[in-house]
Design a protein around this ligand. Structure first.
Ligand code: SF4
Ligand SMILES: [Zn+2]
Ligand SMILES: [Zn+2]
Length: 313
């Protein structure tokens, strides 16, 4: 039988990248330490912040809420709420929203729910159908991302929230980094960070990623150990072909060379700091001619999308 490297009790969890075995208790402590270190080093939180967790009811955002709730209990001047966005994805979203409600009730956290249907007049499934007129393979995640970001930002501002915490984990970040690299999207690469946004504009609520250094399988394991009841289904639109190929490639690399995901994230951060030094000299933000929000072009992505899809703006 394997023994835990920390407490010498029987171990059940192998961390291949560290060549060590841990018991559940020591694993959970290591996981929490990693999140705390990320928060401290990247200055994700202030003691007086009002934070909103973007809560889908899946494992990642549920773990973020669980950990931030624990930390905010130690910082009495901070406040924590949860915001769920119902994009209207049939067969997927109802369970997530139900689990999100349940978790907020259990932790006694204020929970706000907003829907695409009510705010934009159309849910995501309807938007995809509409867009089939001009896109044979509509980029569901792009539409979803632009609209969800806009809605989260607007509502967070109305609620006087200082930061929005999202559930992005190590796998998400490493996949995004490789996708940017393969596409040669240097501008998007330069915006990658534990706090999102190179441009500090008061109208954009910063988004923070407490789970950025945590591998996806470890987030799931932590949720199971802590008895967090999350919705296990993947979004039916998540099978985006390019991301899927990149995910497979990185998972294979991690299998044969454990620790590769951490290394890619480290390299990304080094690259980003060099890119940012150069880019701050020529980034000039304008205001969207329709809604007045900051944008690099004439119109922001949200207004472009509303025009293209005929949504309420
Ligand atoms: S997988 Fe894509 S469509 Fe589904 S919730 Fe995530 S971003 Fe939206
Ligand atoms: Zn142990
Ligand atoms: Zn706009």
């Amino acid at each position: 039988m394997k023994t835990c490297i920390k407490c010498k009790k029987p171990a059940s969890i192998e961390l291949k990248y560290n060549k060590e075995w841990l018991c559940e208790k020591c694993f959970a402590e290591l996981f929490e330490d990693r999140v705390r270190k990320n928060i401290r080093i990247n200055r994700l939180l202030e003691k007086t912040d009002k934070i909103a967790v973007a809560l889908s009811g899946g494992k990642d955002s549920s773990v973020v809420l669980h950990i931030l709730n624990y930390l905010s209990n130690k910082a009495p001047k901070s406040r924590l709420i949860a915001i769920s966005i119902d994009q209207g994805i049939e067969g997927y979203q109802d369970e997530g929203i139900a689990k999100a409600k349940k978790l907020c009730r259990k932790l006694d956290i204020e929970h706000k729910i907003y829907s695409f249907k009510k705010e934009f007049g159309c849910d995501l499934d309807e938007i995809i159908k509409k867009s089939l007129k001009f896109d044979r393979t509509p980029p569901a995640c792009t539409y979803c991302g632009v609209l969800r970001r806009k809605l989260l930002n607007t509502k967070a501002r109305e609620l006087n929230v200082q930061k929005i915490a999202t559930g992005h984990n190590l796998d998400d970040e490493v996949q995004a980094s490789m996708m940017n690299y393969v596409r040669g999207d240097v501008e998007r690469m330069s915006r990658m960070s534990a706090v999102v946004g190179v441009v500090r504009d008061p109208s954009w609520v910063p988004r923070i990623k407490p789970l950025r250094p945590c591998p996806e399988n470890e987030v799931k394991l932590y949720a199971q150990i802590k008895g967090i009841d999350f919705a296990p289904k993947r979004c039916p639109y998540s099978g985006e072909a390019f991301r899927g190929t990149i995910r497979e490639m990185i998972d294979k690399l991690e299998d044969s060379h454990p620790g590769s995901k951490f290394q890619i994230l480290k390299s990304t951060d080094q690259l980003v700091s060099i890119l940012r030094e150069r880019e701050t000299q020529h980034i000039e933000m304008k205001r969207c001619i329709v809604c007045g929000e900051p944008t690099s072009g004439e119109k922001c992505k949200y207004c472009e999308l509303c025009e293209k899809l005929g949504l309420k703006n």
